[in-house]
Design a protein around this ligand. Structure first.
Ligand code: 9Z3
Length: 312
């Protein structure tokens, strides 16, 4: 049996940097409500579940952070302010274009008369200046707040605080829950203090994580537009699982995806209907990103939903 979500927060230590993050979140929300902007909270990357307090080993959830970081850039293009809540060292908006060796490949190194200079290789200048211009504009307009988590408990504490900061935006906030969150964990009081000995096969007992989507939708940000993601590896159960989540939590939308095809195809599952969004082979070859279409569709839905609430 999973703990009730209240019991989870009672029993799990509050991260030491949470007060600082709450200040950042509240200031960001206040700034954008004054500017009459909309905000999207994007969660991105996988959570870890430590096996020891002094953590040497942990269980991880799969997510590189592509979905979240790419989507953040498209939301910014559409004028939204973005809270990007991500796993430390997973992909981030803008810098994602330069991750790994790509960063080194774009640089040229020249040495003339013992003077070394570094420049951007000419074939990359257009692309990089576009990204850099958008990044600088985003900073100038204070449109992006980045906060990070590593463990499941850091994620759950931060998520609740971010939701609480967003309540003042009412229906102008979107929650875009793309992080891959562990379903299992070891409660703090059951976790080994030191590195588990390897002198024999350990017996590790994981508990179910309480489903926080329920308080999130009903209590923490009850007026926001909430979108969750459903990840499966078996196509046969994807839609039924997505619909089950939608019925259980009664939020606005579930975006369902299969691990192997997540970059080419997703299914939007809402109270009204299901529909597939996918890239054509030509779009894939042209380097189009499916997040562009996910975000376009979502923003249309958000607009219609906000308008319908005004009429009530
Ligand atoms: C997703 O399904 C994301 O689309 C991916 C993105 C994690 C597949 P990448 O970061 O991958 O681009 O590499 N996120 C939700 C995963 C999840 O844990 N969902 C839970 C579930 O399926 C519900 S919150 O039960």
């Amino acid at each position: 049996m999973a703990l009730l979500w209240e019991e989870f927060y009672d029993r799990t230590p509050r991260p030491s940097n949470l007060d600082e993050n709450e200040k950042l979140l509240n200031n960001f929300a206040k700034h954008h409500i004054e500017k009459n902007n909309k905000i999207v909270l994007i969660t991105s990357g996988g959570t870890t579940v430590p096996l020891e307090h002094n953590t040497v080993r942990f269980v991880d959830n799969f997510s590189a952070g592509n979905r979240g970081s790419i989507s953040a850039e498209y939301f910014l293009d559409h004028g939204y302010a973005v809270i990007f809540m991500h796993r430390l060292k997973s992909l981030e908006p803008f810098s994602r274009h330069f991750s790994g060796h790509k960063f080194l490949d774009i640089m040229n190194l020249t040495m003339i008369n013992d003077v070394t200079s570094i420049s951007v290789a000419p074939q990359y200048v257009n692309k990089i200046s576009k990204i850099l211009r958008k990044y600088k504009e985003t900073l100038k307009d204070n449109k992006l707040l980045q906060i990070c988590f590593t463990t499941l408990s850091e994620y759950l504490w931060l998520l609740r605080s971010a939701c609480q900061a967003l309540t003042i935006l009412e229906n102008r906030a979107i929650l875009y829950l793309a992080a891959a969150v562990s379903d299992f964990y070891i409660p703090s009081n059951e976790m080994a203090l030191h590195k588990i000995s390897s002198s024999g096969a350990p017996s590790i007992h994981l508990q179910l994580v309480p489903k926080v989507l329920e308080p999130l939708v009903n209590l923490w940000v009850s007026k926001a537009f909430v979108v969750s993601f459903k990840l499966e590896t078996d196509e046969n159960i994807l839609i039924s699982k997505a619909r089950e989540a939608l019925t259980k939590y009664n939020h606005n939308l579930v975006i369902a995806n299969i691990l192997q095809t997540r970059k080419q195809q997703v299914v939007f599952v809402s109270q009204e209907n299901d529909y597939i969004l996918s890239l054509t082979n030509e779009q894939i070859q042209n380097g189009e990103e499916i997040e562009k279409f996910i975000v376009q569709n979502l923003i249309e839905k958000h607009e219609i939903w906000m308008r319908s609430q005004k009429l009530d």
